[in-house]
Every structure is written in structure tokens, then in C-alpha cells.
Ligand binder design. Structure first.
Ligand code: PML
Ligand code: MG
Length: 254
């Protein structure tokens, strides 16, 4: 039996009472792993570079084994654009190549940059018009119930490509689930951790990293999910939040 373990931490008050988002984490683990994992999540929440958390919420819930969907991890490539400006231009081009209209890319980015800080979850954006589709406000849509099928294999696969940090590890798992969702065209993300400037564009074709998508020191980051017009926002949100997913290293890359 696996358990979905979810952590969210905020400053000032609970998220739902207007607190500032500090940190979040999502895993699916066996019962024996819950104690060390939650210990680790607490440490992470209490030592986060976004600030001191004074609200931490951890949820533990069993996941029915028969409901789990197994997905192959997205292939990772890096576009070494030297600064934020060229990084964002390259990310916009990657979104266009994935099928997002130029107008939607611009409107989506505008909404992300207008936030001032960061949201707990993602915005759903129409891939044709760029208008926001979800009604979750500053909460955003939080992708949950996903993890790696085999940690050792995953870490070996990543380190063979020169990747070791927790940001990439978590992001590629999340992005793999996101682009498998009904109606999803592409995702744009960059980190809200002030010292981490990297971001990515993910689509069913792969995960493209850009080492500099925001200025060093900025706490402003987030996720845009670009969605095909006509997609059911309810069905998509339910998939992102509740469908349990395990991701695995593709057979040919083992
Ligand atoms: C995050 O950790 O907040 C998102 C990280 C996105 C970039 C991860 C990477 O380096 O590929
Ligand atoms: Mg973060």
C-alpha cells in the first residue's frame, strides 16, 4: 500500500487565511517511509530560503494500488541561454513549438509576472487566447499524488545526465504527470526559491531546461499550464490533483 504525503508551509497564517506560501512537497511512499519523510518535510519547511514558516500542514492518505497510472519520465534537454532575457525568449519559442499560440504565451507570462510573489499551485491558461481558465485565485491548482517508481534507478538516470539537485528531481516527476493530463499542451515553470533561477518548458515531447529564467534573489516563480480550448477544467483539475501517478525511467534509458 502506498500513501500520498503532502506538505504545505506558509508564513503569517495558513494559506487559506492569506498566509504567504513558503514551501510545498508531494510524495507517494510506503508506510515505513512516512516517518523519515515527514521529518524531512518539516526540516525543509522550517529552513526554507523563502522565509520562516509558521504554518505547516501535512496530509497522509492511502492510495488504492489499482488506481495508480505508470508513466515514462520525460526526456530532459538543456538550452544554455546565458541570461534571463534570452532564457525567456527561448522558453517562449519552446512553448510556441509545443503548440501554444504566441498571444497565449505573452498573456500567460504577463499573469505570472503580475503576481509579485508566488502561488501555491499553477494557473490554467487557455493555449489559444491566454485567458485564465481556473477559478482558484492565489491558491492555484496543486499537482498531487505522484512519485518515482524506483528511487535508485531514477537517481542513477539523473546523475548520468549530470543532474543531482532536488529541484530537478521533483520538477521532472511533476511535469511528467502534468503533460499526461487530458487537454494539456505544455507547462512553463520557474522556481520561486530566490537562489534557484532555473525553469523549464514541458510538453509530451520532453522537458526543456533553461538555467536562467529569473533574476537571482527573486522570490517570484510559478507554473502555467497551457490547455487546449474546450478541455473540461473540472476533469483536468481532478486528474492533476487526485490521479495517482508513478513515473519510471524509460526502458531504453535504464
Ligand atoms: C521549483 O523547484 O520550484 C521548480 C524548479 C524548476 C526547474 C528545475 C530544473 O532545474 O530543471
Ligand atoms: Mg519552491
Amino acid at each position: 500500500m502506498l500513501y500520498s504525503v503532502r506538505m504545505r508551509a506558509a508564513q503569517g497564517a495558513a494559506h487559506e487565511a492569506g498566509g504567504r506560501h513558503i514551501s510545498g512537497a508531494e510524495r507517494m511512499v510506503s508506510q515505513e517511509q512516512i516517518a523519515p519523510l515527514t521529518q524531512n518535510m518539516l526540516e525543509r519547511a522550517f529552513t526554507h530560503s523563502r522565509g520562516q514558516a509558521d504554518f505547516i500542514h501535512i496530509t497522509i492518505e492511502s492510495v488504492p494500488a489499482e488506481a495508480i497510472r505508470l508513466l515514462p519520465l520525460l526526456p530532459i534537454t538543456t538550452v544554455d541561454a546565458p541570461d534571463v532575457e534570452s532564457g525567456r525568449l527561448a522558453a517562449k519559442a519552446a512553448l510556441a513549438a509545443a503548440g501554444v499560440a504566441g498571444k497565449a504565451v505573452e498573456a500567460g507570462l504577463e499573469q505570472l509576472l503580475a503576481l509579485g510573489d508566488s502561488m501555491r499551485g499553477a494557473m490554467l491558461i487557455c493555449a489559444e487566447t491566454g485567458s485564465r481558465l481556473d477559478a482558484s485565485g492565489m491558491r492555484g491548482i496543486r499537482v498531487s499524488r505522484m512519485d518515482i517508481a524506483d528511487d535508485t534507478q531514477f537517481i542513477r538516470w539523473l546523475s548520468r545526465q549530470g543532474f543531482g539537485n532536488i529541484h530537478i528531481r521533483e520538477a521532472v516527476v511533476l511535469a511528467t504527470k502534468v503533460v499526461s493530463a487530458p487537454g494539456m499542451i505544455a507547462e512553463l515553470c520557474w522556481s520561486d526559491d530566490p537562489e534557484y533561477t532555473a525553469g523549464y518548458v514541458a510538453s509530451p515531447q520532453g522537458y526543456i531546461r533553461f538555467p536562467k529564467l529569473k533574476p537571482y534573489g527573486s522570490p517570484q516563480g510559478g507554473r502555467l499550464f497551457f490547455v487546449r480550448p474546450g478541455t473540461s477544467v473540472e476533469a483536468l483539475t481532478a486528474y492533476l490533483e487526485t490521479q495517482p501517478v508513478l513515473v519510471a525511467v524509460p526502458k531504453e534509458a535504464e
